[in-house]
Design a protein around this ligand. Structure first.
Ligand SMILES: [Zn+2]
Ligand SMILES: [Zn+2]
Length: 612
């Protein structure tokens, strides 16, 4: 199934759904109904009626009737004034407003809306002269298409939810009801999606984040600005430090930069124009405009540019886990996956054209090391140049870089595809797509060659020929955004983190109060702490059964119950989280020293399974 066909099916379904709603509630007024990921929605306003999930079956029933009638989608074109009169006659005030905006400017106010939903004929600047309408059965809608031939070709669908949505996303406007559906080419595709959807709901990182006490959101702090609890910080730190540990093996060195800079820096880099969602900082002491940094690259560039460089000291490789700030629309913020403060495991390498190939190969190896330890599959999308001459930099350097990238991914048997013509004009790029446990793909690690920034900042080094040359810059991130990565990883693992990442690795459940037992449990905990294990003691007065259940809810890798018998026998029987346990092994007993040392070793080797 090609994407365009699926798009037309989903788009046509939006018409079918609107037609069904109109059939059931003839007074319904319609806003816009775009295609979205996995389906479609329509913004609807029905005076004095609130659609609920209870209505879904009869809306779906009405949709099926329309589908059975094989109604053709017929196109008509109307002059803009004629269209406005028509919208008025049909008592469709929202469509009337859209048409008036189109008439006025063609771009300004209508720009915020999905262009595909608008029936514009003339595009670009200036007023619109005529618009297109599509009709199926009695339902007519302002629209530009494309559609399937008739309503029988719309594929498999299901209504999923209804939510409030302000007209054109503005709180000052009336609130409408946004009715969402999912749609796929076949019943099988739909079934598969619905299963994945149910599983994803159970794994929702916002829900698990709260249950596992990893992060919180506060209205007073602001949306998109999560606060990390002690447990959450362990996850962040372990991931961030691991990223830097891998990079340091390949010669990357830590640097540190401030969280803001003069706007001037970003004017030179070009990010000032490129990032409309920037946060500005006003200074009472100076006339300079400051920005919370939307990118770290220009800062790192300033460290490179701080003194003359010789080819002998290249490659220079800087790394830093640091925050960037983007003023995302509040409607788009989502748990940890879309935030306003983004921590990147960012890095920049400055090298000679001759060194590009080796540096890129190393990055591919670093990605492999990272995702092997995280137990995640991934594939690479290589965005290369085509034969046009729009690209910056020497063609031979591009070709060498592309050759090195392709041969390294091949060498490591990484699934990949090359997409010629997809590279930015300033350098080839690789996106690593990580696959989660329920089959969804996420873009996490990236690398980008950059011939532009060195030029903009006039970077140079003295070559072995005694001449000045611009270095090549390579941007990369292994995790990408640590917040976003965490949202993916929490859902991938369903909160069952590997031993090395688990915020709490070992919990000691003490059965009853006694000075001898206290002393024994303390001794074990101290020994575990000495071996850098994250250990806790549960001495609450709940029943042992309840304490075990609580430790299971927190998905702790190892739990040991310690009572008089364990004290007398001086051996422990660990309860191992089921995904870590190697099946077929009975309940073994261990002296506490051996138990602790085994777990410490699993932590060090980042093992996916228990060795006990
Ligand atoms: Zn349409
Ligand atoms: Zn960068």
């Amino acid at each position: 199934m090609n994407e365009e066909k699926l798009y037309a099916m989903r788009h046509s379904l939006a018409h079918v759904m609107a037609a069904a709603v109109q059939k059931l509630w003839p007074e319904a007024k319609f806003g816009v109904g775009p295609v979205v990921e996995n389906g479609f929605y329509y913004d609807i306003d029905i005076p004095n009626v609130t659609i609920s999930t209870d209505d879904f079956s009869r809306i779906e029933e009405a949709m099926r009737e329309i589908i059975a009638e094989k109604q053709e989608f017929g196109r008509t074109e109307k002059l803009i004034d004629e269209a406005i009169t028509c919208a008025k006659e049909h008592r469709q005030p929202y469509k009337e407003e859209l048409l008036n905006d189109l008439k006025r400017s063609g771009t300004t106010a209508a720009k915020d809306l999905d262009a595909n939903e608008m029936g514009t004929i003339t595009e670009g600047e200036g007023a619109v002269s005529s618009v297109s309408f599509y009709q199926n059965g009695d339902f007519i809608d302002l629209c530009r298409g494309p559609h399937v031939h008739d309503t029988s070709e719309v594929g498999a669908f299901k209504l999923m939810r209804v939510a409030g949505a302000y007209w054109r996303g503005n709180e000052k406007n009336p609130q409408m009801q946004r009715l969402y559906g999912v749609a796929f080419a076949t019943k099988e595709d739909l079934q598969q999606y619905l299963m994945q959807f149910e599983e994803a709901k159970k794994r929702d990182h916002r829900k698990l984040g709260q249950e596992l006490d990893l992060f919180v959101l506060s209205d007073l702090v602001g949306s998109g600005l999560p606060l990390f609890t002690p447990r959450g910080v362990i996850l962040r730190d372990q991931l961030g430090e691991f990223s830097q540990e891998i990079q340091s093996k390949y010669g990357y060195q830590k640097v540190m930069i401030p969280h803001m800079a003069r706007a001037e820096l970003y004017k030179v880099s070009g990010h000032y124009e490129k990032y409309p969602e920037k946060f500005t900082v006003t200074s009472e002491e100076s006339d300079d405009e400051f920005l919370l940094k939307p990118m770290s690259c220009p800062h790192h560039i300033q460290i490179y540019a701080s003194r003359p460089r010789s080819y002998k000291e290249l490659p220079i490789r800087y790394m830093e886990n640091t925050q960037v700030y983007r003023d995302e629309k509040s409607g788009e913020l989502h748990g940890l996956s879309r935030v306003r403060m983004i921590t990147q495991d960012d890095s920049h390498c400055f090298c000679t054209p001759d060194q590009v190939g080796e540096e890129l190969s190393h990055i591919v190896e670093m990605v492999r090391d990272m995702y092997t330890a995280l137990n995640m599959e991934y594939r690479a999308i290589l965005s290369f140049r085509d034969e046009s001459d729009k690209y910056l930099g020497e063609k031979s350097v591009w070709e060498e870089a592309q050759r090195a990238l392709e041969s390294t991914v091949k060498q490591h048997a990484i699934t990949y595809e090359t997409v010629p013509g997809e590279a930015a004009f300033y350098g080839p790029k690789v996106d690593f797509m990580v696959r989660d446990a329920i089959g969804r793909e996420w873009q996490c690690a990236t690398l980008q060659l950059d011939f532009l920034q060195p030029q903009r900042f006039k970077l140079e080094y003295t070559g072995d020929d005694g001449e000045k040359h611009p270095p090549v810059m390579i941007h990369k991130a292994l995790l990408g955004s640590i917040e976003r990565f965490l949202s993916v990883y929490i859902e991938h693992t369903a909160g069952k983190f590997p031993i090395w990442l688990a915020p709490e690795q070992l919990r000691l459940i003490q059965v009853k109060d006694s000075p001898e037992l206290d002393a024994y449990v303390n001794k074990i905990a101290d020994y575990a702490t000495e071996h850098k294990l994250r250990v806790s003691i549960d001495r609450s007065h709940d029943s042992v059964g309840k304490k075990i259940r609580q430790s299971e809810l927190m998905k702790i890798p190892y739990v040991v119950v310690i009572g008089e018998k364990e004290l007398a026998d001086k051996v422990l029987t660990p309860r191992i989280r089921n995904d870590l346990a190697v099946s077929g092994r009975g309940e073994e007993t261990y002296q506490y020293e051996n138990l602790v040392r085994s777990i410490a070793n699993e932590m060090k080797t980042r093992a996916h399974r228990s060795s006990l």
